[in-house]
Design a protein. Structure first.
Length: 467
C-alpha cells in the first residue's frame, strides 16, 4: 500500500497491566485491569519503549526498559541502551508491548518495522517470552493475516470468555482505512484468523485496553477524526461491541495511548506522545474512568526516559524491580529539569550552560555525572558526559563548560553544594562553593550564579535531578 497520508498513522502500541489500588488488595487477586491479572504484591512499574531523537543521535529500534515506583518518574535501565533487538524481519521494532500472562511470566510483542518506512508491510509481529524481563527467549514472528498491509502496534489482553489471549493491532482492511484487528491465541505462536475488532468508520490506530473495570471494558485509541486520544467502551470483549464515548485529549497531534492505574490511589493516568520524530510524552489523569474526561498532569510531576517513544507500562513487584536494576544497571548520569520551565533541561551549547526545550540533539549535551566536588568532596561538580574532560564552572557569574586546568580557582568555581530546592524542598538547588551567597539559576534561559531573593529567583534556581 502507499505510505500513510497523515502522520497519525505512525504505529505505536500500548496496553497496561493495571492493578487495584493499595487499599483494595483483597480484590486485586481476582480483578483484571489493563491487559493482565492484577497482583496484590505489585509495588512498581516497568516501561518498554524504543527511541528516536530529532537528528537521530539517540535513535534505536530495539526494546528499551525503564522502571518507576510511582509510574510518573522513570529510570532507564542499561544506560538507555536496548536489552534485546529483533534478528529477523525488518531487523528492528517499534511499539513494544509487555504483557504479564496468566502464569505470571511475560510476553513481549512489537511492530516489525525499523525506522519510518511506512510502505514496509509486515504481516508478522515480533514476539519474545520472558520469565523476568532479564532474559528473552523463544523469539518468533507469528503471521497475523494475508492482507497487503501492516500489523502495527500489537497489544494483547486475556479474554476469559474465550480462555484465550486477544492480540489487537492496526491494519488497513477493505474499508481503506486503519482499523483495529484481532487474532486469538493461547501461545502467541499459533493464532486464529483475523477479525475486525473496532472500526468507527475512520482511521484509528494504537488500541489500548483496560479490562474489567467495574464490569466495563475500555479501549483507548488514536483517532484521525480528532487528532487525539479517544476512549470507547463495552460490557463485553466481543469484536464490534465498543462504542466511542470520551472527550478527545491531545497536546498537538498525539498518539500511542497508555492507560496506567495507580498502585496507591484511585487515579488513572493516560499517557500519549506526539507523533513526530521529535515526540514528547504528555500525561492526563482522572479518578473516574467512566466519565471519559481527563485533566492534564503538571509536567513538573513526571519525567519520561530520554528519547523514549511509544511506551508500554506493566506493574511489577519490588523484587522484580530490584532484580531488573541489578541485571541492567542504573544510569551513571543524570538530567536536570527546570522547576518553572519543566519542558526544559539543563544542557551545554557551544560550551555555555542554559536550559533548552526537550527534545534536542545531541541529547548527550543534557547528561551530567554528578561527581564529588573538585574543591570539596562534600559538594558536587557537574562533569559532562559527552565532554568528560570538562565541567560546569562559573566565570563572571555565568556558567560554562570548561576543561579542568588543575588550578584551585577552577576547582572552586566548579564546585557546588546541593540543598533542598528553594521553591520546592523535594527538588534541588545548588549553592556556589566559593560564592556562597549565590546559587545556580537560569535567566533568559542562560545559567549563571546569582543571589536569590524573590519567589521568581527561587523558582529559577530550582531543578529536579532525574534521568
Amino acid at each position: 500500500m502507499s505510505a500513510p497520508s497523515r502522520p497519525q498513522a505512525m504505529p505505536s502500541r500500548r496496553l497496561f497491566l493495571g492493578t487495584a489500588a493499595a487499599g483494595s488488595m483483597a480484590l486485586a487477586a481476582d480483578l483484571t485491569l489493563g491487559t493482565g491479572p492484577a497482583h496484590a504484591a505489585d509495588s512498581a512499574y516497568v516501561m518498554g519503549y524504543f527511541t528516536e531523537s530529532p537528528q537521530g543521535v539517540g535513535t534505536d529500534y530495539g526494546l528499551h526498559l525503564a522502571v518507576s515506583t510511582d509510574s510518573l518518574n522513570w529510570m532507564p535501565l542499561n544506560q538507555n541502551a536496548p536489552v534485546v533487538t529483533p534478528t529477523a524481519g525488518a531487523g528492528g521494532l517499534r511499539d513494544p508491548f509487555i504483557l504479564r500472562k496468566q502464569d505470571g511470566t511475560f510476553v513481549v510483542l512489537a511492530t516489525d518495522l525499523k525506522g519510518t518506512d511506512w510502505t514496509y508491510n509486515s504481516q508478522t509481529i515480533h514476539v519474545w517470552d520472558s520469565t523476568d524481563l532479564r532474559t528473552f527467549t523463544n523469539y518468533r514472528r507469528p503471521h497475523l493475516h494475508d492482507m497487503t498491509t501492516h500489523s502495527w502496534a500489537p497489544e494483547a489482553f486475556w479474554d476469559a470468555s474465550r480462555s484465550q489471549y486477544a492480540i489487537i493491532y492496526s491494519s488497513v482492511n477493505a474499508s481503506g482505512h486503519n482499523v483495529l484487528m484481532v487474532n486469538y491465541t493461547s501461545d502467541f505462536t499459533t493464532v486464529s484468523a483475523p477479525q475486525v475488532f473496532f472500526d468507527p468508520g475512520y482511521d484509528v490506530i494504537d488500541g489500548d485496553m483496560a479490562v474489567g473495570v467495574n464490569g466495563v471494558n475500555y479501549l483507548y485509541f488514536k483517532s484521525s477524526s480528532t487528532g487525539g486520544l479517544v476512549g470507547a467502551r463495552s460490557t463485553s470483549l466481543n469484536p464490534g461491541s465498543f462504542t466511542p464515548f470520551s472527550t478527545s485529549v491531545a497536546h498537538g497531534g498525539t498518539e500511542a495511548p497508555t492507560l496506567v492505574k495507580s498502585l496507591t490511589s484511585g487515579t488513572w493516568y493516560l499517557w500519549g506522545d506526539t507523533y513526530t520524530p521529535n515526540g514528547v510524552f504528555y500525561a492526563w489523569q482522572t479518578t473516574d474512568l467512566a466519565a471519559g474526561t481527563w485533566t492534564p498532569v503538571d509536567q513538573k510531576l513526571y519525567t519520561h526516559p530520554v528519547n523514549a517513544k511509544h511506551c508500554t507500562i506493566a506493574t511489577i513487584t519490588s523484587t522484580q524491580y530490584t532484580n531488573l536494576v541489578t541485571r541492567w544497571g542504573a544510569p551513571t548520569w543524570n538530567r536536570l529539569k527546570s522547576y518553572n520551565y519543566p519542558d526544559r533541561y539543563v544542557r551545554h551549547a557551544d560550551f555555555t550552560a542554559r536550559i533548552d526545550t526537550y527534545p534536542f540533539d545531541p541529547y548527550t549535551d543534557s547528561q551530567w555525572r554528578l561527581v564529588p566536588g573538585l574543591a570539596d568532596a562534600s559538594g558536587i561538580s557537574f562533569q559532562s558526559v559527552n565532554y568528560p574532560t570538562r565541567h560546569l564552572r562559573h566565570y563572571d557569574y555565568q556558567l560554562r563548560l570548561d576543561a579542568a586546568d588543575s588550578t584551585t580557582t577552577f576547582a572552586q568555581d566548579a564546585t557546588f553544594h546541593r540543598v533542598n530546592g528553594l521553591a520546592d524542598a523535594s527538588w534541588a538547588s545548588f549553592r556556589s562553593h566559593n560564592q556562597p551567597t549565590r546559587y545556580i539559576r537560569h535567566s533568559a534561559y542562560a545559567l549563571r550564579i546569582d543571589p536569590i531573593s524573590t519567589a521568581t529567583d527561587q523558582a529559577d534556581a530550582t531543578f529536579s535531578v532525574g534521568y
